[in-house]
Design a binder for this molecule. Structure first.
Ligand SMILES: Cc1cc2nc3c(=O)[nH]c(=O)nc-3n(C[C@H](O)[C@H](O)[C@H](O)COP(=O)(O)OP(=O)(O)OC[C@H]3O[C@@H](n4cnc5c(N)ncnc54)[C@H](O)[C@@H]3O)c2cc1C
Ligand code: FES
Length: 274
């Protein structure tokens, strides 16, 4: 039975392969299987030496039970700086240090909701596990994925829950695949077509760049649509000790600072001070 308690584990890399020159998929074997809620993450490091000193946060993409009570965990990531570049250079067999599962994931527990999952860029790494969980529950969902161009969309074989027409909406800013424009435009356009009762049944689950989330949150608030946003922040500890990752929330008409790694990364978008 996979355990969801937070722990530090020494994993071993099984696979660390590039896809389309943009994304890497990293799979590691663990001493025991990990249970997680979609949107939860791990602090990951494995490069030799202490530079950079801090591990990097990555959303847990998939996990599974392995033979003899062991487990596996997968991440997908984009190389943006030193930590992720070093990660991309690690080979199968190398050790990987992990603290996981961390934070608060998406709330998928409400019955009878219609979910729209919105992923911008590498934000699909949090959205896909949510789609997989909703597909297992046979919940009603559609998925919107946005990128600059076709080559920056995630590979088809990673897409969970099927690619049935009407379920998956691809959006590219240069029009090379799917909707010609930003994913926020596609979602806002669709929201505009909803009746008031449809809007009240809808929950948006989203992960992506701050500006994308902000625009979606404003559009959702205008239509009275519920939205959960997985936020990113620079993190040092990853488990609530350093307060280096806070965001401002509006609570009871006051501003409160909450830790992305502990109270988040998933927040009710209506509470975030965008
Ligand atoms: C909860 C959480 C889950 C994440 N999940 C994933 C994931 O599944 N896949 C993935 O590719 N990335 C994910 N990220 C982002 C990832 O952690 C950063 O890209 C990574 O830490 C960058 O490290 P680096 O050393 O390569 O880059 P750095 O050298 O540290 O930074 C390079 C550039 O990226 C910016 N940057 C770095 N970290 C962040 C951050 N956390 N938020 C916003 N901008 C940042 C820096 O300002 C700088 O411009 C996640 C972040 C969080 C907080
Ligand atoms: S990263 Fe230390 S409290 Fe969030």
């Amino acid at each position: 039975m996979p355990s969801s308690r937070m722990r530090t584990a020494e994993g071993r890399i099984v696979c660390n392969e590039g896809h389309g020159g943009i994304f890497y998929r990293l799979e590691a074997a663990l001493p025991d299987p990990v249970g997680f809620v979609p949107g939860q993450f791990a602090m990951v490091s494995g490069w030799p030496g202490n530079d950079p000193l801090l591990p990097r946060p990555l959303a847990i993409f998939r996990s599974a039970a392995g033979p003899k009570g062991k487990g596996t965990v997968e991440f997908v990531y984009k190389v943006v700086g030193r930590g992720t570049a070093l990660l991309s250079g690690l080979h199968p067999g190398a050790p990987l240090s992990l603290t996981l599962p961390l934070g608060r994931g998406f709330d998928l527990g409400k019955e009878g909701r219609l979910y729209w999952l919105v992923g911008g860029g590498v934000g699909f790494s949090s959205v896909f596990p949510a789609a997989a969980a909703l597909a297992r529950k046979r919940a009603d969902f559609e998925m919107f994925l946005g990128s600059r161009t076709r080559d920056q969309l995630p590979p088809k074989e990673w897409t969970p829950g099927g690619t049935a027409p009407g379920r998956l909406h691809l959006c590219t800013e240069d029009g090379t695949a799917g909707f010609f424009g930003r994913v926020t435009d596609a979602v806002t356009e669709r929201m505009g077509l909803l009746s008031a009762s449809e809007a009240s049944r809808l929950t948006i689950l989203s992960c992506g760049p701050w500006e994308m989330l902000k625009e979606l949150a404003l559009g959702a608030a205008n239509r009275g649509v519920e939205m959960q946003a997985a936020l990113e922040s620079h993190m040092a500890c990853g488990f609530g000790v350093c307060w280096g990752c806070v965001v401002a929330l509006r609570e009871d008409e006051k501003t409160a600072y909450r830790r992305v790694c502990k109270e988040g990364p998933v927040f009710d978008a209506r509470e975030v001070v965008w």
